[in-house]
Design a protein around this ligand. Structure first.
Ligand code: HDE
Length: 697
């Protein structure tokens, strides 16, 4: 058949005018799943061009059959997620703490796969929901896969796994109407919470900026539960796992989150993908909080209670290695969707504690994979298979791909040698830590779990004024969406136990009548816990603007040398510049050169950037005065407390945006390379928090 050009493509036109792209030996030939070469992938087999389709069309049938079965059940929770490959690099041998193989040699790299997620929304929901983020790490060690299935918040809503189905039912869309999607701002969630005082600590975190991160790259991660590390000699140390982001923490403001969800629902996944593709590899350090039985016994709270933290000031974090994500997946479904994390995947040198939440999880994760991935052989899928040798006598089942070879499929056996297959090893094999256990068999919550408010208060008191304000506003926003006044009032009744001023502010914001009735606390909240600086994002600002992005609004006649100077400064900082222009085709600069645009105005609103530069020419600015998106670009950046680089020609646009009289220290006039450097230095602060009083977002 004769090939013709169609744009840049060589094509053959069929009798109905349809286009065929054919292989000339330069690309592989399309085949069926059975390997049979396909001659025509545009037309099904029919009796005459206008006749009925034939049942014998095996290619059509196989293609449609496979398509019909493309979906697997999405995760019940954490359905929306995004993953990447990387490695964990160990800093120094830790044989005195753990026998875990990956911690034995300095500089050794262990392959890793990480999946970040939101909890409540369905797979297709938006990234900037107010929600906990999953932070699940699979480490392919030489002694098996170790999964640290954590979150970006170090505590949880509930203390016992038996409440998990209720929590998730209440948080997800209401069952009769199937909305709201990916939001806790509804009656069922707050009804449940109001009757679950143990959730109050977590509620403080979820209402804080932690729940609206700017990027997965700027979040902390936590193992949440207390685990054990065990040495070869059998010595056990309690441990809590922390992941500390190298680029520091950063969140968006709530009004920004709402707008990002519309402008780019894939904001977080795009950010991770772009960062890795551009070679700016996200990195976290693994921190261990290590403590012994004596500390556990003397600590103010129960170390088995997942609604409690151990402040870093009390048990410092020891950094033992770094996690680097340096490779995107080849295929989202094969890797990110099919990856199966299980809290029960541990290795010699690591062990569980009796945390009743963790114990329940150890059942749930394995169970859920069978449902999601269709059978017991999900471990044969490459993303889930260990990268170390593995041998056992498990066999058959759906999709079995690596059944044991040879005659022996049981042990003990007397076949001997290789034919007899693998044997257990007392020396190398996993031994559970022989903790002493005794007690009555009871359904009973330990009295040591009964303090529900003290650490909620400690978290709140550890925040800056601005951050406290965000918690109050988040509560007001969420509870304003609750229809039943009794539920609103019941939630507010918990707040005096945390901070009376917070309670008053939220009550006022909701227009609650009368004095707030305080909920009775099971244990009198403590007022003596010291604030912990580590709990605040604002008190731990990043030292750099690296990994962040500036959006430059330009028009024809933009000063090229200024734009180049800005780009140079940002490159040096490890940050990025995106050009936002009236059309995506770009603009003509003062020197006559074409500057290509990354975004059309409106397609690249300022909520997608960490800071903006407004660099029009005088004529260009005049043309933009009637462009609503250009006005929003500026007024939103101002309202979201961002740093704004500008040139005099931008003034009419500032007037239009209603901010010409408000040029505060967040505005840096750009006149040349020196001011570009000043602008980037200011951007390191990320936001001008003082401006918040001047704007209501
Ligand atoms: Fe999960 N959780 N969870 N969870 N969880 C799942 O497992 C569960 C909890 C977490 O990226 C499910 O594979 C129970 C705490 C992450 O694939 C399921 C309880 C923490 C992910 C499940 C909890 C988490 C999950 C759904 C209460 C932080 C996503 C799909 C005892 C430490 C992993 C799946 C990924 C996923 C059960 C509580 C983190 C149903 C029963 C606490 C990051 O098995």
């Amino acid at each position: 058949m004769k090939q013709k050009k169609h744009g840049a493509e060589e094509v053959v036109r069929g009798k109905g005018g349809e286009l065929h792209q054919t292989s000339n030996g330069d690309v592989p030939i399309l085949t069926t799943q059975q390997g049979t070469p396909v001659s025509d992938d545009q037309n099904s087999l029919k009796v005459g061009p206008r006749g009925p389709s034939t049942l014998e069309d095996f290619h059509l049938r196989e293609k449609i059959f496979h398509f019909d079965h493309e979906r697997i059940p999405e995760r019940v929770v954490h359905a929306r997620g995004y993953g990447a490959h990387g490695y964990f690099e160990n800093y120094e041998p830790l044989p005195d703490i753990t026998a875990a193989d990956l911690f034995q040699r300095a500089g050794e790299k262990t392959p890793a796969f990480v999946r970040f997620s939101t909890v409540a929304g369905n797979k297709g929901s938006a990234d900037l929901a107010r929600d906990v983020r999953g932070f699940a790490v699979k480490l392919y060690t030489q002694q098996g896969n170790w999964d640290i299935v954590g979150n970006n918040i170090p505590v949880f809503f509930i203390q016992d796994a038996i409440k998990f189905p209720d929590l998730i039912h209440a948080a997800k869309a209401e069952p009769d109407r199937d909305f709201p999607q990916a939001q806790t701002a509804h009656d069922n969630f707050w009804d449940f919470i109001s009757l679950m005082p143990e959730s109050m600590h977590m509620i403080m975190w979820v209402m804080s900026d932690r729940a609206i991160p700017r990027s997965f790259r700027f979040m902390e991660g936590f193992g949440v539960h207390t685990y054990r590390l065990v040495t070869a000699q059998g010595k056990s140390t309690f441990v809590k796992f922390h992941w500390k982001p190298k680029l520091g923490m950063q969140s968006v403001v709530w009004n920004e989150a709402l707008k990002i969800n519309g402008a780019d629902p894939d904001f977080h996944r795009r950010d991770l993908w772009n960062a890795i593709q551009s070679g700016s590899y996200p990195e976290w350090e693994l921190g261990l909080q290590l403590f012994d039985d004596a500390f556990a016994d003397s600590f103010d709270f129960d170390i088995l209670d997942a609604t409690k933290i151990i402040p870093e000031e009390q048990v410092p974090i020891r950094k033992v290695g770094r996690l680097v994500l340096d490779r995107c997946v080849d295929n989202f479904f094969a890797e990110t969707e099919q990856v199966a994390f299980c809290t029960n995947n541990i290795i010699p040198g690591v062990d569980f504690t009796n945390d009743p939440l963790l114990q329940g999880r150890n059942f749930s994760y394995l169970d859920t994979q069978v449902k999601r991935l269709g059978g017991p052989n999900f471990t044969h899928i490459p993303i889930n298979a260990p990268k170390c040798p593995f041998h056992n006598f498990q066999q058959d089942g759906h999709m079995a791909m690596i059944n044991p070879k040879g005659r022996a499929n049981y042990e003990p056996n007397s076949w001997g040698g290789v034919e007899g297959g693998p044997r257990e090893s007392h020396d190398v094999g996993f031994h559970s830590f022989p903790a002493e256990e005794k007690g009555r068999k009871v359904r009973e919550r330990s009295g040591s779990f009964a303090d529900h408010y003290s650490q909620a208060r400690q978290f709140y008191m550890s925040q800056t004024k601005v951050e406290q304000g965000h918690i109050a506003e988040a509560l007001i926003f969420e509870l304003s969406k609750v229809e039943k006044p009794a539920i609103r009032a019941r939630v507010v009744s918990h707040l005096p136990n945390i901070d009376p001023k917070l309670a008053d502010r939220v009550a006022k914001g909701l227009g609650l009548q009368g004095k707030v009735q305080s909920a009775t606390a099971a244990v009198e909240p403590r007022k003596d816990l010291r604030p912990s600086k580590a709990l605040s994002i604002a008190l731990n600002p990043p030292k750099t603007f690296a990994g962040r992005k500036v959006g430059a609004l330009v028009t024809d006649g933009v000063d090229r040398s200024l734009l180049d100077a800005l780009k140079q400064e940002l490159d040096a900082e490890g940050a990025m510049l995106e050009v936002v222009a009236p059309t995506v085709g770009g603009v003509q600069a003062t020197d006559g050169t074409l500057i290509e645009a990354d975004q059309k105005i409106g397609g690249g609103p300022s909520v997608l950037y960490d800071a903006i530069a407004v660099l029009p020419s005088v004529e260009g600015a005049a043309l933009l005065l009637k462009n609503a998106a250009a006005k929003d670009f500026i007024s939103d950046a101002f309202a979201h407390l961002k740093f704004i680089g500008w040139v005099q020609a931008a003034m009419p646009l500032f007037e239009k945006a209603g901010i010409a009289g408000d040029l505060d220290e967040g505005f840096i006039e750009l006149t040349g390379p020196k001011t570009a450097a000043q602008f980037v230095a200011s951007c390191r602060k990320l936001r001008l928090w003082q401006r918040e009083q001047a704007v209501t977002t």
